[in-house]
Ligand binder design. Structure first.
Ligand code: RIB
Length: 304
């Protein structure tokens, strides 16, 4: 099985359930509050670990209690932490998350040590992950670092999965260097911002694929995913589950896709695994609680 590396953010999530999102200036009484591990990069690494894929995290935490707790948590979930360092005098990234009764969320992030993943750090991170073959990146560490990482990984001949989340427009040469791009609806619009407002999903996916060998896997939540390749666009249906908290559904989807590719599965099967893993992730409260093992994801796939 191919070794995976995740280059990205590590956050401690402060999750508060609310009946609905408050309006500006309003004070609302919520319910359950928890401090749980999160961060788009770390979520992908932990989800890969749960799925049984060999995975190494490259990121930064603060030299604080959250950072120490996170390092233990990575180890307990099978994530290799040799490329994670603790930055002296800096706080671990945190995310304040409100989850409403429909399981939807609102997130505000204080990047902390994630914001210090600079180009000098990237040199060390790439060196410490040089033996990995599949790389997962997102956009929660500085964009310059992600862009440079993608360019250098391309030159190194690595397989690159970029989850363009949170949504921002990306440099054309970075898009061109990616093997798998996995936007949700908002992110799809952001990375095809040059197209007209009225452009539909298919037009946007086709535009991203262009004449390249790039694969676009457009995540659609409960509706599954659309795979865009040079050969056309194919819908892979999702799985129906009761959503409790949709936080990290996209992160878990990416991990499922990468795990499938790491095991050498055909693309459609890897996307089915991604759909199943993402679906199971939303059935529990918190970013990582519902992330499945490979057996649990396969059981859902077998039910159809
Ligand atoms: O994708 C979900 C993640 O986004 C949360 O865990 C939170 O930390 C934010 O980074």
């Amino acid at each position: 099985m191919k070794k995976c590396a995740v280059i990205g953010s590590i956050n401690m999530d402060m999750v508060l359930s609310v009946p609905r999102f408050p309006a500006a200036g309003e004070t609302l009484t919520g319910g359950n509050f928890q401090t749980v591990p999160g961060g788009k990069g770390a979520n992908q690494a932990v989800a890969l670990g749960r799925l049984g894929a060999p995975v190494r995290m490259a990121g930064r935490v603060g030299d604080d209690a959250f950072g120490r707790r996170y390092l233990d948590h990575f180890r307990q979930n099978g994530v290799d932490v040799r490329a994670v360092d603790a930055v002296a005098g800096t706080a671990t990234g945190v995310a304040d998350i409100l989850v409403n009764a429909a399981g939807e969320n609102c997130i505000v992030i204080a990047p902390g040590a994630n914001g210090l993943c600079d180009l000098e750090w990237l040199d060390r991170a790439l060196e410490a992950t040089a033996d990995c073959e599949i790389f997962l990146l997102q956009l929660e560490i500085p964009l310059d670092t992600v862009a440079e990482a993608v360019r250098r990984l391309r030159k190194m001949g690595k397989t690159i999965l970029l989850d363009p989340a949170p949504a921002v427009p990306l440099p054309e040469d970075v898009l061109a260097a990616v093997d798998f791009l996995t936007p949700n609806e908002t992110e799809l619009k952001a990375v095809t911002a040059g197209l007209s407002e009225d452009a539909g999903i298919e037009e946007r996916v086709r535009h991203l694929v262009g004449g390249s060998g790039r694969v676009v896997v457009h995540k659609r939540g409960a509706d599954g995913a659309y795979i865009g390749t040079r050969d056309g666009i194919e819908h892979v249906p999702g799985f129906s589950v009761r959503a409790v908290d949709t936080t990290a559904a996209g992160d878990t989807f990416n991990a499922g896709l990468a795990a499938g590719l790491a095991m050498g599965w055909p693309l459609r099967d890897a996307v089915r695994l991604a759909n199943a893993a993402g679906a199971l992730a939303v059935t529990a409260y918190g970013a990582q609680e519902g992330m499945p093992s490979l057996e649990q994801a396969q059981a859902l796939m077998a039910r159809g």
